[in-house]
Ligand binder design. Structure first.
Ligand code: G6P
Length: 369
């Protein structure tokens, strides 16, 4: 096992650090930025179906469901296809309306999650075309779907999912960009910018990982907290959910993710000097709105840990701690902003003496409903 950990103390940390490579492996051979081409067999062979789809229904569980939420923003924004994101366990039991013009995308790292598999079977029976985004080759979900695209994250051992999440977003971004191009819903120049930007993401993830020592210091300050709030807007709302999930999974601190603007409808009541609030406040995407959310937290004495774009001023002036990520297009920010949140939960869990790779009561893949 020590050899498998490749010099890291835990699989989770190894897998966090593998992300630049995993993202690159996931787009390798698919993203041909210099030629302006995205090549994905599962999409190319079913292009008509995708172009004629009335809507896309995404089903998943856990972290994969969060990747689905990010995908909802990307698909609607770039390819102008209506998207619904469903917990597989709810979807399968609620007699959903599914038609032959619907495409179901199932996202699953393991490819074995029982509820996701059951949702696929039901959608197929009702005539939908089912597309899988899985990490494990030959898994049940990979076999059960009509077509698919693998993430190439490599084996993920840590129960808390990390590189599976960022590679899922990578695959889904490629699909959205390809469909946007085919549908003509994106300007040619924008499309090319995205391809180049996506190709450069692994290097920016690498740079983001350099914040690790700073995050360790922040973890030291908040390791004894009993609650934590995560806020984000737009593309970074699902990242807030994912950050909160990571913290509760491995450190057993109660954490909640919320859309920043929704804070005033509930969580704001919880804010006092004991409450750390992690705010994702990158420069693109509702920045000014997030700044005013940060002001609201500050005026209630909440402790602010902000994830900002390099060179940020406004939020930096207000926050107690600031972690910078490189600038990128708004669509791609989740691939960067997720990284510090993974590291934060890792360090806090470690400092609390928790079993980072195998947290209590959780399983890597949930094959029973
Ligand atoms: C379990 C794991 C999570 C994972 C979820 C969905 O809860 O602990 O990390 O996100 O299952 O798993 P899947 O393999 O379908 O992505």
């Amino acid at each position: 096992e020590e050899i498998e950990k490749g010099g890291y103390d835990h699989f989770m940390l190894k897998e966090i650090y593998e992300q630049p490579r995993a993202i690159k492996d996931t787009y390798r051979g698919r993203l041909l930025a210099d030629q302006g081409i995205i090549r994905m067999a599962g999409i190319d062979q079913n292009l008509e179906k995708f172009l004629n789809a009335n809507r896309i229904i995404i089903v998943a569980c856990g972290t994969s469901w969060h990747a689905g939420l990010v995908a909802e923003y990307i698909f609607e924004d770039l390819a102008r296809i209506p998207v619904e994101v469903e917990y597989a366990s709810e979807f399968r039991y609620r007699n959903p309306v599914i038609t032959e013009n619907d495409i179901l995308i199932a996202i699953s790292q393991s490819g074995e999650t029982a509820d996701t598999l059951a949702a696929i079977k039901m959608a197929k029976e009702r005539g939908a075309f089912v597309f899988g985004v899985c990490n494990v080759v030959g898994s049940s979900i990979a076999r059960e779907t009509d077509a698919g695209a693998y993430t190439h994250a490599g084996p993920e051992i840590g129960v808390a999912s990390t590189k599976a999440f960022t590679t899922q977003i990578t695959v889904l971004t490629l699909i959205a960009l390809k469909l946007a191009k085919e549908k003509g819903t994106i300007e040619e120049s924008k499309y090319h910018e995205y391809l180049v930007e996506l190709e450069g993401i692994p290097a920016k993830v690498e740079r983001t990982l350099k914040t690790n020592p700073l995050i360790e210091e922040i973890a030291e300050v908040y390791k004894d907290s009993s609650n934590c709030l995560y806020l984000g807007r737009g593309y970074n709302f699902p990242v807030a959910l994912e950050g909160a999930l990571k913290l509760k999974e491995i450190s057993y601190i109660h954490a909640e993710g919320y859309p920043a603007a929704e804070m005033k409808h509930g969580p704001i009541a919880l804010i006092d000097e004991e409450m750390p609030v992690v705010v994702i406040a990158t420069r693109k995407g509702h920045y000014e709105k997030v700044v005013s959310n940060v002001q609201e937290i500050k005026s209630r004495s909440g402790k602010i840990i902000a994830v900002v774009t390099e060179g940020d001023q406004q939020v930096t002036d207000l926050a107690d701690h600031v972690v910078e990520v490189p600038e990128t297009s708004e669509t791609l920010t989740p691939l960067l902003t997720t990284i510090p949140l993974q590291l934060l939960s890792y360090h806090i869990a470690l400092m609390r003496g928790c079993n980072v790779d195998q947290p209590r009561n959780l399983a890597k893949s949930v094959t029973v409903e």
